[in-house]
Design a protein around this ligand. Sequence first.
Ligand code: ZN
Length: 307
Amino acid sequence: MSVSDKERARRRRESRRRAHRGDIIAAVVLIVVVAIAVIGASVAIAHANGNEEDPMPSATKRTTTTTTTTTTLPSSTTTTSPSSTTTTTTTATTGNSSSSTTAGTTAQNTGSHYVQPAGAAWNLLLVNDWNTMPQASVDALKLKVINQSAVNGSVDERIADPLNKMISACRKAGGNIWAQSMYRPYEIQKSLYWKEVDYWKGQGLAQAEAEDKAATIVKRPGQSEHNTGLAVDFNNCDESFTGTTAYNWLLEHCHEYGFILRFPQGKEDVTGVVFESWHYRYVGVEAATEIMRDGITLEEYCQRHGV
Ligand SMILES: [Zn+2]
């Protein structure tokens, strides 16, 4: 996608957001509801920049919150845990999941983003908008449940031990921390994504536009780091984690356990995802030490080493 295309896309998103916001403001009369709308609008802006959490897809939200005023928001509050999103969607049928799962990804792959060569080490596997994990690889992962989790989620069995140790050490240092969202199966990702596409088509967007819009809220299947089993979201999976004792401790020590802050501030153009203080990724101690020391991303590390 060229710079001017990006700029046009950004303007389109801006105008849609303005339209949404106008509707909301006209519809609400109570100050408290206006406040909720403002929060929702800011979340929508974050989504437009890309979000790895798929916190509460618009389509799911529409079916699960039906009576409150806030349902008029395109992307309202996102405090619902990913686990309940998963539960909701597992039972839902999207009706169009047979469509291509890679549609739209090649348009963005213009060479300005690093494409990882085949055969990367498992711990350095790059998964983002430009690097897709095949379904067979996602399905073949051997998983292990993490008990220090609010939801008994699971991760790649190879990182269960370091993750448990990191959580324990953080708690010992006074951090209030728990693992909230971890591995997400390919089929769930696919279902979430196409449901989101359907929702935006229902809002009047053309197929390609609906797919791009949906991808800013729910990653395409195989493009979410949660499909790798190597990622973990802590606590409420939102900004409230920033600046906490646990967060500050992780910044200092996560590399000792092989983890990195995966989506740092100011690297949105590199990762395609907004700053997420709560999302960590296992890469191994060696890579994590270099990445955290130099303040770089996994993308930049892979490019630097040609891996
Ligand atoms: Zn995450």
